[in-house]
Design a protein around this ligand. Structure first.
Ligand code: SAM
Length: 210
């Protein structure tokens, strides 16, 4: 997702340090920011944040953390969280490759990957969020029953991800090649999901565990 650079982005995020951390600026453990001790679900690459904010409102019994490395994009999630006073949502402006520095081993109960950048060129494969280097990170922070839930319109990324996860030894289930044909009532559509579905792309989804 490309957003115009906003020179005021960092100042804006710093004004909301109670819910968003920039580059790990806050010293205490992010999990301790929550008012309640309850399961933690994270989304990696939250974009403008519709999914994570709607999930947090629909599931007050879960604590959510949105991870988005682009400060200019993160502003949009913070605005939603503040306007709607969402108490069980915290945000991190960091690259996903740093997640093992942020979370303790086994601390996370679920990871959502929604419409991750496809990085179609082979030389950029390591940037795909389902590359084995990222799978290693997820394996460390997820608890033993934890799952990854992945949605994408991009057929090539979906096929790559099935291969990457299978090769890693992960178990896949509920593979769906057309999520919006008989769409589950509890499916929360992301901004990209709406955009690509409206253009006629089929939405793929799977669940995976280590
Ligand atoms: N999930 C949103 C949706 O479905 O509407 C946004 C999808 S957008 C294509 C992908 C987002 O992931 C971008 O905002 C990008 O900045 C973020 N992203 C990509 N790689 C990332 C990484 N390694 N760590 C954190 N965020 C990342």
């Amino acid at each position: 997702m490309r957003m115009r650079n906003k020179p005021w982005a960092e100042d804006f995020l710093l004004q909301h340090e109670d819910i968003v951390s920039i580059d790990l600026a806050r010293k205490d453990h992010i999990v301790d920011w929550f008012e309640q001790v309850q399961p933690i679900h994270i989304e990696v690459g939250s974009g403008m944040g519709r999914f994570i904010t709607e999930m947090a409102k629909a599931h007050p019994e879960i604590n959510y953390i949105g991870i988005e490395r682009d400060k200019n994009v993160m502003i949009r999630i913070v605005e939603k969280a503040v306007e709607q006073n969402i108490r069980n949502l915290r945000l991190l402006t960091v690259d996903a490759e740093k997640l093992t520095e942020i979370f303790n081993a086994g601390e996370i109960d679920r990871i959502y990957l929604n419409f991750s950048d496809p990085w179609p060129k082979v030389r950029h494969a390591k940037r795909r969020l389902t590359h084995e280097n990222f799978l290693k990170v997820y394996e460390t922070i997820l608890n033993k029953d934890g799952e990854i839930h992945f949605k994408t319109d991009n057929q090539a990324l979906f096929e790559y991800s099935i291969e990457s996860m299978s090769h890693y030894g992960m178990k896949l289930k509920n593979i769906n090649l057309n999520l919006h044909d008989n769409e589950p009532v509890d499916n929360i559509r992301t901004e990209y999901e709406d955009k690509f579905s409206n253009k006629g792309f089929r939405i793929n989804r799977l669940e995976a565990r280590f």
